[in-house]
Design a protein around this ligand. Structure first.
Ligand code: GTP
Ligand code: MG
Length: 602
């Protein structure tokens, strides 16, 4: 109900205050008040600065706060202390000092290494708080409190589902799912600490080293526990390579059969194993197009993928961050679609012939660019056209990643042009892809409309920053068919909720609850297939139209606005044209699939 009534503007205001990054809005200068958007570069600069003046200290429990605060504040001024636990139940405090100098002071005054012959000392921002030997110092009760307690605690699924069950509207459910699962402030801080740790440890080996998080940890679409993608660069700036400077460093060429990057990543892998506290389960994947080293960080509880010189990944994150900032519905909608795709097995954490979250996110953003329902997002072409001199970015291999960075310069009529609530948008998303011509068309965020497919890949999602590439080239025909099937199932499910009746899987519950399909998978597994049923068996051009299709259309009628009649009738016509494609061959089986899933009989 509340979301139904919320216009984009009201929403923007409300979310600005709820958003974990909102504190930065209040850090802006007075002269900035006319600015509506904060840029990705500003956020990254803030986060990196925060990490440079922070330490992560392992403690006995959260009640160590007073002692730790008392001890450290003797030497330096503290901004805040955040508490979290890793999955091993160990307690940590992330201390943010007021300045970088404060951090240096404290390390100089009271840091120490372990006296152990088996250990070679290393400096990193991860420490532990040793118990006092001798008389325990007394610290007065601190006036400050923990900024956050148990900050990495993930929402309990059962509790979340119970809360979703009690929501008023589907839109409220979507918003709640997002608010409860989005990567929180400490999650982001810790990810920047992991990056900072590598910068510190590798800095004497590589000049001007920079380790930057990219992907869902920073693009605004991350959820609690998401992996951490890191890119290591050591780009030398013009000053560092000035031909006027006559003292030139002797340097070392990388020799041997493998490419220099493969060799460096090999070394980085070895360093992670030997020299990086917290890093474990190091795995080197050096023969990939972009060599990566995977590892787990046990002190932070995060899985990391580290690659070298792949700044286009950072620019891609920037682009996604920007699109997510333009309208407050973008991130919640993407969140529910990601959860749904995971629940129905369309996406999978492991690489394979299926979709991953990144192309799936592009599918959502592309849907939001569609003009017929009033675009929520602009096309990338528009952002490129508006780019100025300051926006020029060239990544490795001369990849042009130039697009408008200052969103305040984007004309307001190019985004947030409809007032659909989240429920309507989600329904329209499923409906849009139920009708999408995957056979002939490719998804292009650059154009904001379907374009002709350049080859026969079953699913074609143009890489927005490298348009000759398909980011979903790995997706098989079967998986693409499954996508088509699942978006229709999802549309039916949402449609069935529109009559106001609330069963125990009403609204998004029936879409994001994984367990409902578990038994079903077992029941319907056929032959060697690991999929529910053979998709081919489900289609038949000659069967009757599913009765609920009519229902969908009648509900769609309700959403059409009188002032947008022309656009709506076009989409209805398209819907009619596609009718024959939407039939099931074995409608009985299909209905069973749907019924069992919805009623959770198993
Ligand atoms: P999750 O990790 O699943 O939460 O999402 P993610 O967006 O971080 O995806 P992933 O870890 O798979 O990839 C990290 C980033 O690498 C993405 O956000 C993209 O910027 C980039 N990326 C992933 N897949 C591709 C691809 O096929 N092509 C290109 N050019 N970039 C990709
Ligand atoms: Mg990732």
């Amino acid at each position: 109900m509340s979301v139904l009534l919320q216009t984009g503007k009201v929403y923007l205001l409300r979310k600005a205050f709820n958003n974990s990054f909102s504190k930065y809005i209040f850090h802006r200068k007075k002269s900035d008040v006319s600015r509506k958007f904060i840029s990705f570069d500003e956020i990254v600069a803030q986060r990196r600065a925060e990490a440079r003046r922070s330490l992560v200290v392992q403690v006995n429990s959260e009640s160590s706060f007073n002692e730790l605060y008392g001890y450290c504040s003797k030497y330096a001024s503290i901004d805040d202390i955040h508490h979290y636990k890793n999955s091993g139940g160990e307690h940590f405090m992330l201390i943010e000092f007021s300045t970088e100098e404060n951090l240096k002071d404290i390390l100089q005054s009271c840091s120490s290494h372990q006296k152990d012959l088996d250990v070679m000392g290393v400096q990193s921002p991860f420490l532990w708080f040793r118990a006092t030997t001798g008389v325990k110092e007394k610290y007065p009760q601190s006036v400050k409190e923990l900024a956050v307690k148990d900050g990495s605690l993930r929402v309990n699924e059962e509790v979340l589902f119970e809360e979703l069950l009690n929501c008023e509207t589907v839109s409220d459910q979507i918003q709640m799912l997002y608010d409860r699962t989005v990567l929180n402030d400490i999650g982001v801080r810790l990810r920047y600490m992991v990056a900072r740790q590598l910068e510190i440890i590798f800095s004497s080996l590589y000049a001007n080293i920079k380790v930057q998080p990219f992907g869902s940890s920073v693009n605004g679409f991350g959820k609690m526990g998401c992996d951490l993608d890191l890119v290591l660069t050591n780009t030398l700036n013009d000053n560092m390579t000035s031909p006027n400077h006559r003292l030139v460093y002797q340097e070392k060429k990388s020799e041997g059969g493998r490419s220099p990057w493969q060799r460096h990543m090999e070394l980085v892998g070895a360093l992670l194993e030997m020299r990086v506290p917290g890093a474990s389960r190091v795995q080197k994947i050096l023969n990939a197009r972009v060599p990566i080293v995977k590892y787990s960080h046990d002190l932070v509880d995060v899985d990391c993928d580290l690659c070298c010189n792949n700044t286009s990944g950072v620019y891609m994150s920037e682009l996604l961050w920007q699109l997510g900032s333009l309208d407050p519905r973008v991130r919640p909608l993407t969140c529910v679609v990601r959860c749904w795709a995971r629940a129905v097995g369309l996406t999978n954490a492991h690489p394979g012939r299926w979709l991953t979250n990144f192309p799936l996110t592009l599918l959502v953003l592309f849907f939001l660019q569609q003009k017929d329902h009033g675009p929520v997002l602009p096309t990338l072409k528009h952002l490129v056209d508006l780019a100025g001199k300051d926006d020029i970015r060239i990544a490795e291999e001369n990849l042009n990643c130039t697009f408008l960075r200052d969103l305040d310069r984007l004309p307001s009529e190019s985004y947030a042009q409809n007032d659909d609530d989240l429920q309507t948008l989600l329904f329209k998303f499923f409906e849009f892809y139920s009708q999408f011509d995957f056979q002939d068309k490719a998804i292009s965020l650059n154009e904001g409309k379907p374009i002709r497919k350049p080859n026969s890949h079953p699913l074609y999602v143009v890489n927005p920053l490298e348009q000759a590439l398909n980011v979903s080239r790995n997706v098989s025909y079967e998986e693409c068919e499954r996508l088509r099937l699942e978006v229709r199932n999802a549309a039916w499910h949402l449609e069935s909720c529109m009559d106001g009746h609330k069963s125990d899987d009403w609204g998004i519950l029936g879409l994001v609850e994984q367990k409902s399909s578990r038994g079903l998978k077992k029941l319907l597994r056929v032959g060697n297939s690991h999929r529910l049923v053979s998709v081919k068996d489900l289609f038949n051009e000659s069967d009757d139209v599913e009765p609920s299709e009519q229902g969908i259309r009648s509900k769609m009628e309700k959403y059409k606005k009188t002032d947008k009649l022309t656009g709506a009738s076009v989409s209805e016509m398209k819907f009619k044209e596609k009718k024959s494609e939407m039939r099931f061959k074995n409608s009985q089986t299909a209905k069973e699939v749907y019924r069992i899933r919805r009623n959770k009989l198993i």
